[in-house]
Design a protein around this ligand. Structure first.
Ligand SMILES: [Zn+2]
Length: 171
């Protein structure tokens, strides 16, 4: 299932691993972004072009396409066999020894995979719901789509999902 993999890696953090998924794994990609891992989604038909992007950007390929492992290329490729996103995430975490740490979570835009930047509270007054503005002090913004994120946007649902699907990897 694996083409090439560094066997000496015992634990991987967001600084040294990047992924690219095919379009059918877009939900898995969002979860990897939540955990802090730079994950591109290849939205066109998975094939040679996706592998070229993976090579150029040094990304690990995550795909559901069995025929992809037949192809010649220089990157690591991991075939995802499960259809349930929680199990897909669990498989990737185990395969690549992903480290999950709170300080790395929620730092990437779920929509465009860009790093979020802190933004001042007074700058978001008209951009977030009133109750959020009143209750939250810290905000981050995506420099690409300008979406605003605040603590409370996801964390409770995220933790529930993690407790259910990846209980052995909680931060
Ligand atoms: Zn964005």
């Amino acid at each position: 299932m694996i083409k090439k993999h560094q066997n000496n890696v015992k634990s991987s953090s967001p600084g040294n691993l990047k992924f690219i998924t095919d379009a059918s794994l877009a939900r898995l990609a969002k979860w990897l972004r939540i955990l802090g891992y730079d994950t591109a989604v290849f939205t066109r038909e998975a094939g040679r072009e996706m592998l070229r992007q993976a090579e150029a950007e040094d990304r690990i390929v995550l795909t559901r396409r069995g025929d992809m492992i037949e192809r010649q290329f220089a990157c690591t490729l991991f075939l995802i066999t499960d259809v349930i996103v929680g199990k897909q995430l669990d498989a990737v975490i185990k395969k690549f020894y992903l480290k999950i740490e709170r300080e790395n979570m929620f730092g990437i835009c779920l929509e465009c995979n860009q790093k979020l930047q802190p933004v001042k509270r007074e700058e978001v007054r008209d951009l977030v719901p009133q109750f959020v503005f009143e209750n939250c002090v810290q905000y981050n913004q995506c420099s690409s789509c300008h979406r605003i994120y605040w603590m409370g946007t996801h964390p409770r649902n995220v933790l529930k999902f993690m407790e259910r699907h990846i209980p052995n990897h909680l931060p």
